[in-house]
Design a binder for this molecule. Sequence first.
Ligand code: PSV
Ligand code: MN
Length: 388
Amino acid sequence: MSALTPDNFSLLEKQGIELPSWAFGNSGTRFRVWTTEGTPRDVFEKVADAAEVNRVTGLAPSVALHIPWDKVDDYAALRRHAEDLGVALGTINSNTFQDEDYKFGALTHEDDRIRRKAIDHHLECIDVMDATGSRDLKIWLAEGSNYPGQTDMRARQDRLNDSLRTIYERLTGEQRLVLEYKFFEPSFYHTDVPDWGTSYAQVATLGERAMVCLDTGHHAPGTNIEFIVMQLLRLGKLGSFDFNSRFYADDDLIVGAADPFQLFRILVEVIRGGGLNNPDVAFMLDQCHNIEAKIPGQIRSVLNVQEMTARALLIDHAALSAAQSANDVLGAQAVFMDAFYTDVRPALAEWRESRGLPADPMAAFAASGYQEKIESERVGGTQAGWGA
Ligand code: PSV
Ligand code: MN
C-alpha cells in the first residue's frame, strides 16, 4: 500500500477551496427555512465565519459572494474586512431567479426590456468584481419552460448567446465568465443551459475567458460526472467546480457525504487532466447546511475534498497504465481501488500539525469558543438566509 510522498504533500499544501457566503446563512427547503443561533446578519459576519474555516484548515482562502444577497455600499470596506481576516473575496454569483420580471426568463427573455435588465444586472456584478478584486463572474440561469410547446427553445439559445456576448465584452484583464449548467429545476420541461454541452457551445463562441462551471449536484442520477470533468479539461474549458453532493436532486449536501467514491473519481480525473492547483480550474463549494451546524459543515466539506485529493494522489500510475495497456481489467481496478481504500486521515492529521494547523480542525473549532461567542453576540437584527 502506498503512502503520501513529500511531492503529494506539497500539492496538497497549495490546495485552496472557495466557500460560498450563502452556506453561512439560514437555509432549508421550499417547505421551511430553519433558523440557527449565531447565524450572520450581514455579509461581514458571513465572511468572518468563512475566515474561521480557513483558520482551522488552511484550505479556504476565499469567499464567493452572491449579488444582490451580499450587496453592500462599500465593497472596498468589505474587501479590507476579508483581508484583515486572512481571506479574499472570490467569485461573484449573479442572480436572475428571484425577480418577478424573470418569471419567463432573463438572459433569454423575449421582451428586450427584461433581457436588458438581466444584462445590466451582470454588468453591475462586474462593477462589483472591479471593486472586490474578484476574477470570476459565475452565471447560473434558472430559465426554461414547464410545458412542451410553451416557448421557442431555439430562439432562446440565440438570445442567450447575444446576452452573454454583451456581458463578456464588459470583462477586463484577468476577469472571466463561467457558465453553470443544471439539468432541471426550477424549470421542469426544458432548461436553457441544461448540460455541459450547451454551456460549452455557448462559452466557446465568446472567447478564451469564458468557461464552464460544473456543479456536481446538477446532473441526472447515474451520470458519469468524471467523464465530463475529463472532457472539459481536455477541451481547456473547465473553469470551476461547485462541489456538493446529492442523493436525489440538487440536494446541496456536504461534498463527499453522499458518494465519497464519486468525489474520488472526479479528483482522479482532475489530477489526470492537470486541473489540480491549476488557476484556470477554481475549486468552490456550493452547499447549504439546513439541519447541521454551518461552520463545522464547511470545515467537514473542505476536509472531505482534501482527503479525497490525497487518496487520488496515491494512485500508482505506472502500475495502472501497465494494467490498462495489457487490458488487465482486474489488475487496473485493483490499483484504482487500493488508492481509494487507503485511509489517509492519520497522515493528514500529522501533516497539518507539522504546519502549525490543528490535527483535527473539527475538534479545534469546537474547542475555540467561536460558536458560543457568535451565539451570544449576534442577537437582534435579521439573520441572513438563503436568498438574503
Ligand atoms: C443553482 O442551483 C446553484 O447551484 C447556483 O450555483 C446558484 O448560484 C446557487 O445554486 C445558489 O443557490
Ligand atoms: Mn451551483
